[in-house]
Design a protein around this ligand. Sequence first.
Ligand SMILES: [Zn+2]
Length: 342
Amino acid sequence: MKNILKSLPKIELHRHLEGSIPIDLVLKWSQKYNLPLPMKDPRFRGDDKELRRDDIQAKTPMPFSTVLERLFYQQRCFQNLESVETLTYEVLKSIAQDNIKLLELRFSPGFMAEPQNLSFDGIMEAVLSAKEKAQKDFEIEVGYLLISSRDFGIATCQETIDLALKWKDHIVGIDLAGDETKFPDTLFEKPFQKAKAAGLNITVHTAEVTPAKNILTAHQKLGAQRIGHGVQAATDETVIKYLIENKIPLELCPTSNFITEAVSSLNAHPLKNLLKRGVKVTINSDDPTLFGTTLTHEYEICVEKLGMSLAQIKQTILNSFEASFLSRAQKKRMWEKYFQTF
Ligand SMILES: [Zn+2]
């Protein structure tokens, strides 16, 4: 089964560029730019083999502060625009190696720019150049989502939406991420309505650890067509019905949901039940380097821990195909080549 899952052509809708930099490159960049690693921390022993092994085995819940701390070592790699381009290309390469054929990759320009005060437009040019090269070198179609992080406030959200509108023809949509417990979705209604009116596709991280009803707010007030995580939906029957009636896809990420304690254990993840109920469920890896996973590994978890069949896995892939914001031309090419015989 593992080999079947590995070789299966895949689609990923919910994955962060900043949380996908392969760990050996995080180490290489730290050395290259003389950026100290916290050697006292047992997760950073200074031996890349140890770090890699530790990352892969990081299968225990982490406080959100630790998740952010780990992300910091990845964020710090964006030392200049050349680094942005090279690392994005390497991320796309590693994704293509996991047999992902259609990919939506998301990033926060504000977060990537932060360490060295890089220009937002420069970041856009660098990631687009990496995408062009990767699409030539590998069998993959890529679309970008720009993230507005709740934690950066409303002014930065507005700035990110304006950036997204400026680069509208080169991205596939926008996302709202960050701490949903401190910054409710309603704060961002105005800029997201502006984006919606301009025709941008929208997905919103919500109901990961906050109440299921926030999904209704994200859909009705922010114009979200898809929900990032939304794992709490399983706790509220009215929300499940709402998702089914409105055909709203959920971007579920089992390992991430377990590590951030959105679910109590991998076995308790509601992904399979929601799929059986008729919710448009998709499987994703979120921040694979942070959580020591791959999309193939997420599929393995669904089979081994949740008892999903290959047919059910394929159903989630078809859900991802339907829910994807990628262009018709990109989807058509891959449909004919990989997915129509599913
Ligand atoms: Zn996410």
